[in-house]
Ligand binder design. Sequence first.
Ligand code: DAT
Ligand code: MG
Length: 152
Amino acid sequence: MATTKGTFIAIKPNGIQLGLVGEIIKRFEQKGFCPVGIKFLRASEEHLKQHYVDLKDRPFFPGLVKYMNSGHVVAMVWEGFNVVKTGRVMLGETNPADSKPGTIREDFYIQVGRNIIHGSDSVKSAEKEISLWFKPEELVDYMSCAHDWVYE
Ligand code: DAT
Ligand code: MG
């Protein structure tokens, strides 16, 4: 079962409302990463508090949980070489001023508290987040037929 080598990516409620689901999935697909789990759900406040537990003492924490619970999210697991690190590069920085052109958060980003997308920041958090958001049976194990065209 492919739970350890992936990264957890979530399109936040405003990403869905702004019609960015297809664009974000397209970027990960075109990079050569493979989706192994995708679902559309409304996460409970309890679940989101667990997801963001490391930030629980930050002043923006209650607003962050409320915002993430204000609508649906698209929760995904993507796999591929170095996907955690490369995924973060594709997302851009938390702070808009630091995000480079061509990154998701730079291209569609307005404010730090509405930054469209979440991505695991390390392999360790990816493992934790994948197991928080997905049951093992919700993840598929397959090899893309494009594998040998993506990897040398
Ligand atoms: P990242 O999502 O880049 O990993 P993080 O883990 O530090 O960043 O914070 C999680 C989310 O919390 C972030 O995507 C948006 C929100 N956030 C972070 N810093 C914030 C701030 N200063 N004010 C409001 N929201 C903030
Ligand atoms: Mg983070």
